[in-house]
Each structure stands twice: as C-alpha cells, then as structure tokens.
Design a protein around this ligand. Structure first.
Ligand code: UTP
Length: 297
C-alpha cells in the first residue's frame, strides 16, 4: 500500500445549528470569510498540500457547494463580454481547482457516519479529512504539516492545538506523549471531558489523516450522544491495535462554525488583505470601543 496521501474528504452534511438562521437553507461551509466561502479555503489548503482528488460529503442543501466548484457558463460569458478578465480568471480557477466528486449523507448521523460514506472513494489508500469550519491560518499548509508526519511514521495523524482553561471541555482531548517537537504519540482520547478530567490541554481539531482500517472501526462503533456515530469513539477503538499520532499545528486556528469565532476570523482575514486591510483598520480605529456598551447607531 502506498503511503502517499492523494485523497481528501470534506464532511459538509452537518446541520450547522450554531449558525442559524444563516444555515437554515444553505450549508455553513458556504459562509464567506471576507469574500471566499469557508470550504474554498480548506480545498485550497488540501491542494497546496498535494491532494489530487476530493470527495465532499453533502447533506440537504448541496447545490450551493456543487455549483461553487462547477463552471458557471452564464457568469463567465457576462464577465468575458464586459472585458472583466481578472474576474473571469478568478471564477474559472475555482472550477479548475481539483478533481471533486460528491456523495450524500442521507441523515446527519454524526461525523463518524459522514466519514464512512467515503469508504469506496478511499479504497485501499490513506486519506485526509478536513472540516471546513476549522480554518487554519498557517504559513505551511496545516494538512501538509500532518502529511509529513504521516509519511514519516506511516500511521494515522490528527491535528491538535493547545487550549487554555475551561474551554478545553468543548473539544475532543488527547492523552499523549511528545516524541519530537510538536509530534505526539497518542495514548488515549476523550470527547468533551469536564475541565477537571481533561487528560491534557491538547484539543483535537478538524484535520485527520486516516488509513482504511478506520472504516471497520466505524462499523463497530455504536451511536453515542444524540444518536450520532462519533469519530472519536472509532479512533479509540483503532488506538487499541495500532499507533496513532498528533501534530501540534504551527498556525492559528479559527472556529468559523461558531458566531464569535467567525467574526474574529473575518476581522483577522480582512485586516491582512492588501485591498481592504488599510481602510478596514482605519474604520476599526475610529470605533473607540467602550467595553461596557453595545453600539447603537
Ligand atoms: P459539527 O460538530 O460542527 O456539527 O460537525 P454541525 O452540525 O456541522 O454544526 P453545529 O454544531 O450544529 O453548529 C463537524 C463537521 O462534521 C460534519 C459537519 O458538516 C462539520 O464539517 N458533519 C457532522 C457531517 O458531515 N455529518 C454529520 O452527521 C455531522
């Protein structure tokens, strides 16, 4: 079996309840950070990490995602007619980005169940999983950082980051031993532990590299909280039989599936933009914010 990671899976069939009502009829993966949908950031990350083939697991409202990565004849014609060549190139480049296919998760039965839909796509190869609402702003693409560790140790790799204080209870958390700087061998993992019971301050974030044995582990995983098949439970099963690693990512992670996290990411990305950064910074400076007040005007 080759240990080259060529394939990536994007589960995008969740209900996005934390972002209602925006996610009532459109997937949260299409929320724009400044002017680009979340999912495009992570598709670009995957391609920059050497991924050649992508499977997006969609749910009820898949049309917007499919259309985004498809050719838009009408729009392209109008842009050409109007001589807007830069815009034309921008729009066309999105449909050329990678080989993308789609499959449907008929019911939102959890992340483990969503990943299971990629069984045929993965075949006998290792594959990456990227959750598009976890945006990792990094110089070296986050997935590439993980692929290097995967290729070195030839075993599954998950992404982790340090989370201070009680916020750790909102994540899956690993119990692990650091075997080289920022690379950990995992002993155990637990989903959303109470603060006092968290085995470390290392949270699992939305990037994984799996080997095909994850599918048998998912088959053996019974539904957990909310009737959902949790990927953490399947990973714990596998952990009994084989080594599993974590990489502490070099970069900044934003939870863009959460309203506050999304706002923070938007501000940070906008400030970095050459075309917007200066004016936006001037605007923010003009706000003279008072921590006690909500603005009314
Ligand atoms: P989340 O835990 O963020 O759940 O899923 P969610 O439903 O998308 O959002 P909230 O918490 O209700 O606001 C993590 C990832 O797993 C996918 C989601 O699309 C997201 O990328 N997922 C989750 C599925 O594809 N199917 C599922 O059944 C559950």
């Amino acid at each position: 079996m080759s240990n080259k990671v060529r394939k990536a899976v994007f589960p995008a069939a969740g209900l996005g309840t934390r972002f209602l009502p925006a996610t009532k009829s459109s997937p949260k993966e299409m929320l724009p950070l400044v002017d680009k949908p979340l999912i495009q950031y992570s598709v670009e990350e995957a391609v920059a990490s050497g991924i050649e083939s992508i499977l997006i697991i969609t749910g009820r409202d898949k049309a917007a995602i499919e259309n985004h990565f498809d050719i838009s004849f009408e729009l392209e014609e109008v842009l050409k007619e109007k001589g807007k060549i830069e815009m034309f190139d921008l729009v066309r480049s999105i449909s050329d980005i990678a080989q993308i296919s789609y499959t449907r998760q008929k019911q939102a039965l959890g992340l483990g169940h969503a990943i299971y839909q990629a069984k045929d796509f993965a075949g006998s190869e290792p594959f990456a999983v990227l959750l598009a609402d976890d945006i990792v702003d990094a110089e070296k693409p986050a997935l590439l950082q993980m692929i290097e560790v995967f290729e070195k140790y030839d075993a599954p790799v998950i992404a982790t980051m340090q989370v201070e204080g009680e916020a750790i209870s909102r994540f899956g958390v690993i119990d692990a031993e650091e075997i080289e700087p920022n690379v950990f061998r995992i002993r155990d993992m637990v989903e959303k532990p109470a603060f006092a019971e968290a085995p470390s301050d290392l949270a699992i974030i939305g990037r994984y590299i799996f080997t095909p044995d994850i599918f048998a582990a998912i088959e053996q995983t019974s539904p957990g909280s909310g009737g959902e098949i949790q990927i953490t439970d399947a990973m714990r099963l596998l952990l009994k039989d084989r080594p599993f690693y974590a990489v502490k990512l070099d970069g900044k992670r934003h939870d863009a599936g959460d309203k506050l996290g999304f706002l923070i990411a938007t501000v940070e990305f906008a400030l970095k933009r050459e075309d917007l950064g200066y004016d936006f910074r001037e605007y923010l400076k003009s706000l003279k914010l008072d921590s006690q007040q909500t603005m009314h005007n």
